[in-house]
Design a protein around this ligand. Structure first.
Ligand code: ADP
Ligand code: MG
Ligand code: MG
Length: 913
């Protein structure tokens, strides 16, 4: 097959066909094995079969393209040559691993098989060649176990609690009276191999394959097949990885960390990825094989604590390799290594996953160390905008914690693996966590496990915090929670988790499922009961002003980063706020104005007056009731203008259906209310009831709301306009600049905005005439129904600005009620009917098109029309990025999302130059 395309990419002996640039094809693992080989880092030889072959395999009933087999044979010969060993040899047998590896890392989601190439012949040779018979037979038994599980699918059946191999292993240890696998003798391991093979035969009806090349092909098939297993598919959905990518397969010569006391295996980080502190760190196990560390079976030792003493030369090699890699990749690396007889071999490197804390610290530090530029520091992959959230997250209140300590509530200590503080109810299984969460989404949960596996993902997602008894800082629980930004403690060895009894205990202290527990992800401390939490340092500096900026390094790095952010972003960021204190917080977080002030929130504190207004049938009486509201509204608006100190303030006229203020339910739930209202208005109780009943709507979302209220009840609009203008005059007189922007909600027709605009202008002119002052203000509209987007050119003849209300625009574009979609959205997500929740992140294909239409139409009439967005989407990074591309002037979001929106805006500005 001389002219078959290149299917196999070799690496070894200092040369490699592939490189780091080829991630899409070779997967992250394969591309970086090639890259490390190129830059002279010691890597066992091997080759990568690209992701395209995985897709071919999936699409063609598990078959391969012509020519692949020959290329694999050829590459295997090269590996044998570089490693000086031969597959199945009687003297020096080559063993290989077969490893999955996608474009983006999906830790533990797909399969890997180690020690391939062993059979009755080569195991003898391995024993002789290594001079270690126990090692050889242990490798063989591990191989059968792993291959049996992954390739032959010999696993626990329905109703069986234990993996069949684990059961045999346990029985063997019990019979031998030993505790650890490593205490078994060569003879006992030999027996175990026979028992394993018998088990395989009895469960599959087939002999365990002996031929190394057959074993390799079976493992390659299993690796490609594992791309489509359930947990990998769930993971991809969660992390937005396309199902079409496929995994690569890496076949690589084995090196051994379990050949004796000058051997080890481990995983390491070139900097701490929980808090971002500089310095190589990680987990290792002496005399062990790689999967032992990740599996969390034995609690590993810490590299930075004891490796320097135990294996000083190895420690030095690792530090040098860490530096080489950081300098080359300009990024913190997460590595997997094995030490064979004092020599370090790298088996993997990738950009490390990190918490938001660590991400900010590392990015800023790398700039200050001269490795990257500020622009690079802002890259989306370095600091996902959403992760800034973690810097604003609570920690335990020191007093509350001291109190808990004094009261003897410190239960145990583990390894701090994910920052933040969490208090919640103990739950022991992922299913239980999911169930409790669905029943009471507001009750915090802490998932407590012996260790976690990919099956626990869903439970981890709904929990506030995660606590495990086993595993190290690189165990599954630690990795996943770091990525999710969850508070996490692992390796809390004192903890006894009894799944059957539904309890956890340390000594005599027993907690039941449902009891409160509190975990400190910064220190690894576990407390019984609740501990009150306290805000982050950034929040303390910016909002509470209880901490001076120079006292907090975390704040200083945040501030430095945000300075770079503001240099590069083009999109403005405003906030949704209707109270002065919220507005002040948002400004501290960098908000440049208010994009949405919902006036109805103010009404809720003056229910008596608004109810009178609603009940009044006579316009004169209604006018009277409305006028009573005026001073309150004016005071509220004045407070906001002062807080915003010259920044624009967009005020939306009354929007919600009136029965939110008064409905039959209110009358039912508050005895005496009807009578009170009747007395106030001097009408009969009967009339109160019948008028209230008239307000009932079958579908309020599409009912009498938005500008439809102000059109039918013009006195409401007039009062609100007057309150805004009088407040503006009042505050301007204090020497504060004011920029009111009056926003009309739910407009569909130009005539609607015309109608409301005239009322506002009339009220404004009256105020200006009365006070002898003028205020410059604008009248604009929300674009939140499809018709408004379609006729935006006409609407812009009257409207002086647009703001996309994407909550309603999503409801009306998709015909999907935000209050009812909970019933099916879960099913939609799980079955990939929708790529994401359209109320969390803009549906760019549909709602996005309406936005683009609206922008184009509006600006065709009024070039330079100011356009923003004020739905919940304004704080969602992907939506912010979309808004930048759509040419909007600003996004508006809740105060705590402001820094996130700023970063996302800068990232998109940098990505699209
Ligand atoms: P995952 O993607 O789940 O981390 P890997 O393919 O990286 O799976 O394999 C898991 C571990 O198995 C590695 O970290 C390493 O310790 C061990 N391993 C894999 N291949 C080899 C090899 N050729 N020699 C020694 N150990 C290996
Ligand atoms: Mg790995
Ligand atoms: Mg709306």
């Amino acid at each position: 097959m001389a002219d078959a395309p290149k299917y196999v990419y070799f690496f070894g002996g200092g040369e490699a066909d592939g490189s780091a640039e080829m991630k899409n094809s070779l997967g992250g693992k394969g591309a970086n094995l090639a890259e490390m080989t190129r830059i002279g880092v010691q890597v066992p030889a091997g080759f990568t079969i690209p992701t395209e072959i995985c897709n071919h395999y999936s699409d063609n009933d598990g078959t391969y393209p012509e020519g692949l087999r020959e290329q694999v044979d050829e590459a295997l010969k090269q590996v044998e040559k570089v490693m000086g060993a031969e597959l199945g040899s009687k003297d020096n047998p080559l063993l290989v691993s077969c490893r999955s590896g996608a474009r983006e890392s999906m830790p533990g989601m797909m399969d890997t098989v180690l020690n391939i190439g062993l059979n009755e012949r080569s195991v003898q040779a391995l024993a002789e060649h290594s001079g270690n018979e126990t090692f050889a037979w242990d490798s063989y038994r591990r191989f059968i176990q792993m291959f049996g599980d992954v390739v032959l699918e010999v696993r626990a059946r329905e109703g069986e609690y234990h993996d069949p191999f684990e059961a045999l292993l346990q029985a063997k240890k019990d019979a031998a009276g030993v505790q650890y696998d490593s205490d078994l003798t060569a003879e006992q391991l030999k027996e175990l191999v026979t028992e394993f093979k018998t088990e395989v035969k009895s469960r599959t009806g087939q002999d365990f394959p002996d031929e190394p090349i057959d074993q390799i092909w079976a493992a390659i098939g299993a690796v490609f097949g594992s791309w489509n297993n359930d947990r990998a598919a769930v993971y991809r959905r969660d992390y937005g990885i396309p199902h079409s990518w496929g995994t690569a397969c890496n076949v690589q010569a084995m090196v051994f960390g379990n050949l004796g006391d000058d051997c080890a295996t481990g995983v390491g980080l070139t900097r701490d990825c929980s808090m971002g502190t500089p310095g190589f760190n990680g987990d290792y196990l002496m005399n062990a094989q790689g999967e032992d560390v990740v599996a969390g079976i034995r609690t590993p030792k810490r590299i930075e604590k004891s490796l320097k003493d135990e294996m000083p030369e190895v420690y030095e090699q690792l530090e040098t390799i860490g530096k080489t890699l950081e300098n080359h990749y300009k990024e913190v690396q997460d590595i997997e290594f094995t030490v064979q007889k004092g020599r370090v071999w790298l088996l993997q490197t990738r950009n490390a996953k990190r918490t938001g804390f660590a991400a900010v610290r590392i990015a800023v530090d790398l700039v200050n160390e001269g490795l990257i530029t500020p622009k690079q520091a802002l890259e989306k992959r370095r600091i996902p905008a959403d992760d800034l959230n973690q810097l604003l997250q609570p920690i335990f209140d020191p007093d509350g914690k001291a109190e808990a300590q004094e009261a003897g509530r410190l239960l145990a200590r583990g390894i701090n693996a994910g920052p933040g503080a969490a208090s919640g109810h103990v739950c022991l299984t992922a299913e239980e966590a999911e169930r409790l969460y669905n029943e009471h989404p507001d009750e915090p949960l802490v998932l407590v496990r012996r260790e976690t596996s990919p099956e626990d993902l869903r439970g981890m997602r709904v929990a506030q915090g995660i606590l495990t008894a086993f595993g190290g800082a690189s165990s599954h629980a630690a990795l996943v929670s770091r990525q999710m930004g969850k508070t996490c403690i692992v390796g809390c060895n004192e903890l006894n988790v009894d799944y059957e009894a539904g309890t956890i205990s340390v000594g005599d202290t027993v907690l039941n499922t449902g009891d409160w527990i509190s975990i400190d992800g910064f220190t690894g401390e576990v407390f019984t009961g609740q501990v009150t939490t306290k805000p982050s340092e950034v929040v303390d500096v910016l909002i509470h002003k209880t901490l001076a900026p120079e006292e907090s390094e975390a704040y200083q790095r945040f501030a430095q980063l945000m300075e770079w952010v503001d240099e590069h972003r083009k999109l403005g960021v405003r906030t949704n706020a209707d109270q002065p204190d919220q507005a002040i917080e948002a400004v501290a977080f960098g908000a440049e104005g208010i994009g949405l002030c919902r006036t109805e929130h103010m009404f809720f504190s003056h229910l008596d007056e608004i109810r009178e207004m609603i009940l009044a049938r006579d316009p004169v009486i209604r006018q009277d009731a409305v006028n009573q509201l005026l001073p309150f509204q004016q005071a509220d608006f004045a407070g906001l203008f002062r807080a915003m100190d010259g920044r624009p303030v967009t005020i939306r006229l009354l929007d919600p259906p009136l029965h939110e203020f008064l409905s039959a339910r209110h009358l039912e739930e508050q005895p005496g209310l009807a009578e009170k209202l009747a007395a106030q208005l001097d009408i009969s109780v009967e009339e109160v009831r019948s008028r209230t009943a008239e307000l009932h709507e079958e579908n309020p979302m599409l009912g009498h709301r938005g500008c439809r209220l102000g059109i039918v009840f013009p006195e409401i609009t007039a009062m609100q306009a007057r309150a805004i203008m009088q407040a503006a005059v009042e505050v301007q007189a204090e020497g504060i600049v004011v920029h009111p922007e009056v926003m009309v909600p739910l407009v569909a027709y130009q005539t609607e905005i015309d109608n409301q605009s005239a009322i506002v202008r009339e009220a404004a002119e009256a105020v200006f005439a009365e006070t002898g002052t003028t205020i410059s203000y604008q009248i604009g509209t929300m674009i939140e129904v499809p018709r408004a987007a379609l006729r935006s050119d006409e609407i812009a003849e009257t409207a002086e600005f647009f703001s996309f209300g994407t909550n309603d625009l999503t409801q009306t574009c998709l015909g999907m009620s935000r209050d009812d979609y909970g019933g099916f959205i879960g099913h939609y997500r799980e079955n990939d009917i929708v790529p994401h929740d359209p109320f969390q992140s803009i549906d760019q294909g549909g709602v996005g098109q309406l936005i683009e239409l609206g922008v184009a139409g509006g600006r065709s009439t009024r070039s330079g029309l100011k356009i923003g967005i004020c739905g919940e989407h304004g704080g969602d990074p992907a939506s912010v990025m979309f808004c930048h591309r759509a040419g909007l002037d600003y996004v508006s979001c809740s105060p705590y999302r402001v820094p996130i929106a700023r970063l996302a805006a800068a990232q998109e500005a940098l990505a699209s130059v």
